[in-house]
Design a protein around this ligand. Structure first.
Ligand code: HEM
Length: 584
């Protein structure tokens, strides 16, 4: 298919751009009134007349907007913009996803209506209402696909119509695609994808010089290259991986980092030139892959790539269109996982006490022994993913991982209301909300930002903005025996935090790659913690950026932990050969 809706949301384009487009369209419609015959009949200069007409039309539009905006008292409360009519749009353009956080800290509303010109947008801040919306069958994610897939990926509109069953010939692809996600990212297929990825990672780690280590001028770029190379090999197969070329990997990130202007959809080869050229490069390589039918004939190709293209080929999608749509595959499989990996490694390695605690915990999980790792070790070490993702085995490592996602996730999940509904909160104990229902009107976009939820001090406490490595550790039975009252309080808080952890969306579009990301990231972190030091990593040189489109936050340029870092094998562990496994 072309990108499913969730994938677009994964890339986090949503109402922000839709609204921007509507605004531009309205101005364009006003401008269309200035035609030559009026100029010729008028004694006034064409320029003056033009301005007067434009002003008149805009004023008229303004009145029409204001007069046509309706708000039912049962809908979520209105947040009026400071600047009339376009204030929210301006706020979104100015502060991007942070605008939602600004609104939430100002109003503390669980859910709100944002008027933008004569349209409205609902924003849900409370996780219990978010969950209810994500699981509602009256909310749809597909509507965004029609708008964004052609613009972002250059896929033809006719192709999207075919996939959504709008051509009157094909059925809607969505439920079959859901089946593809479930099959290809679980069970043996998940293990296969994971182990091939980690085999590539092991090759990199084992090639690190025993004396000098590996110079790392930029830790984020180091992980970007490592993860893209490893994941793409696992996805596309070792022999025919289109990303088996650093230039193409660079092109993919160039596309990812500059795709914003593509959304406007106006002469992209000029207005979004950088992303356009980078995208063309990636798509040419993918086109050759699909022309040669490697997706169907190469046994190394992952089931994720194969089953998707099998389904798409059944819709008579030609190879060049397949290539355009499938540009999304490597992006979705790496973008959020990469930033999560970076932050988790950076936080652990920049705190020597934490590093030592995680090291001891991982040593126990990998070697089955308690205590500190021995000073000297050589031979093979096999890191098995399954034992690491167990909260019982590795509570601290698991907590660090969740805490990294909590802080870095700036995802804005989007849905459109299909019919008028009253939305009640889910019964999850995320907050002490009442169970008030809010009327949501059909054809209105709903945005569910993760950042205000993940940084809300009423859920996470006064240190909501800082990395607390032990935040997600569940209270234990020992705690219960020591102080039952305190235990009950901690348990309630822990449950509330878990219910307010929303980085993967929800409902039928819940991220199907989350298990892969979890297993992959924890395996890589475990091997690094056990066998390596990152020399020169400086906490003062770490700064989280704001995501442009709502992806997991990257570091600010120049604040990736310092320059001239060295990834060095730990003294006494220089001769270790790293291996990864799933459960043994
Ligand atoms: C920490 C890493 C990740 C995060 C935070 C994340 C987050 C998300 C979010 C928020 C969505 C949209 C859910 C919704 O609309 O309700 C999504 C969808 C999706 N993600 Fe992820 N993701 C991650 C890793 C991955 C990986 C590694 C893969 C692939 C191997 C992947 C594949 C997908 C796909 C295919 C969808 C679309 C699902 C659908 O349309 O049903 N994700 N992800």
């Amino acid at each position: 298919m072309m990108l499913t809706t969730r994938e677009q949301e994964h890339l986090r384009y949503s109402g922000l751009f839709g609204l921007g487009r509507e605004f531009v369209q309205n101005v364009t419609i006003a401008l269309r009134g200035l035609n030559a015959p009026i100029w010729m009949q008028s004694p006034t200069s064409p320029v003056q007349l033009g301005f007067a007409c434009l002003l008149g039309l805009l004023t008229w539009q303004l009145f029409t907007f204001l007069a046509s905006f309706e708000h039912d008292p049962n809908e979520p409360p209105l947040i009026k913009p400071k600047m009339p009519v376009v204030g929210h749009l301006w706020g979104l353009l100015r502060s991007q996803v942070n605008y939602f956080s600004e609104l939430y800290s100002r109003t503390k509303l669980p859910i709100a209506t944002l008027p933008v010109a004569n349209k409205k947008l609902y924003v849900i801040f409370d996780p219990a209402y978010q969950q209810a919306a994500l699981t509602s069958n009256q909310m749809d994610a597909q509507s965004f696909m029609v708008d964004f897939v052609p613009r972002i990926f250059g896929v033809k509109k006719g192709t999207v119509d075919k996939l959504l069953g709008k051509d009157g010939v094909h059925p809607n692809i969505m439920s079959d695609m859901e089946g593809v996600f479930n099959t290809s990212l679980s069970g043996n297929n998940l293990q296969q994808l994971l182990l091939t990825t980690l085999e590539q990672v092991a090759n990199t780690l084992n090639a690190i010089d025993k004396e000098d280590g590996l110079k790392v001028p930029n830790l984020f770029i180091f992980f970007q290259k490592l993860l893209t190379r490893s994941t793409s090999t696992a996805l596309w197969g070792k022999d025919n991986n289109p990303y088996n070329d650093q230039e193409l990997i660079d092109a993919q990130w160039d596309f990812e980092g500059n795709m914003g202007p593509l959304v406007i959809g106006l002469l992209p080869s000029i207005t979004a030139r950088r992303a356009y050229l980078a995208r063309s490069k990636v798509q040419s390589a993918l086109s050759r892959f699909y022309m040669a039918k490697h997706d169907q004939t190469d046994p190394q190709v992952s089931q994720f790539v194969r089953l998707r293209s099998q389904l798409l080929r059944g819709y008579d999608i030609p190879p060049d269109e397949l290539a355009k749509n499938e540009t999304a595959i490597t992006l979705v499989a790496t973008t959020n996982a990469l930033s999560t990996l970076f932050w988790c490694v950076a936080e652990i390695f920049s705190d020597s006490e934490l590093l030592s605690d995680v090291r001891n915990e991982v040593f126990k999980a990998v070697f089955g022994r308690t205590g500190s790792p021995p000073q000297k070790f050589s031979g093979k070490v096999k890191v098995s993913a399954k034992s690491l993702v167990s909260e019982e085995n590795c509570p601290l490592l698991n907590s660090c991982y969740r805490e990294s996602i909590r802080l870095a996730s700036q995802i804005v999940t989007a849905r459109r209301v299909l019919t008028d509904i009253t939305l009640f909160p889910s019964s999850s104990p995320s907050k002490d909300n009442n169970s008030k229902g809010y009327l949501l009107k059909a054809d209105t976009n709903v945005m569910m930002p993760a950042k205000p939820v993940h940084r809300d001090p009423s859920i996470w406490g006064p240190d909501a903005d800082t990395f607390n490595p032990r935040r997600f550790i569940a209270p234990s039975s020992e705690d219960r025996n020591k102080d039952p009252d305190r235990y009950m309080q901690d348990l309630t808080r822990h449950r509330r935090m878990k219910a307010s952890f929303v980085p993967f969306g929800g409902g039928k579009h819940l991220c199907p790659g989350r298990h892969y990301a979890f297993l992959e990231n924890l395996s890589i972190i475990a091997a690094l913690v056990l066998g390596f030091d990152i020399v020169g990593l400086d906490k003062e040189r770490l700064k989280m950026g704001d995501s442009k489109r709502g992806e997991t936050a990257k570091p600010v340029a120049g604040f990736e932990g310092g320059h001239n870092l060295v990834l060095r094998r730990r003294r006494g562990w220089e001769d270790v050969q790293w291996e990864f496994g799933y459960d043994s």
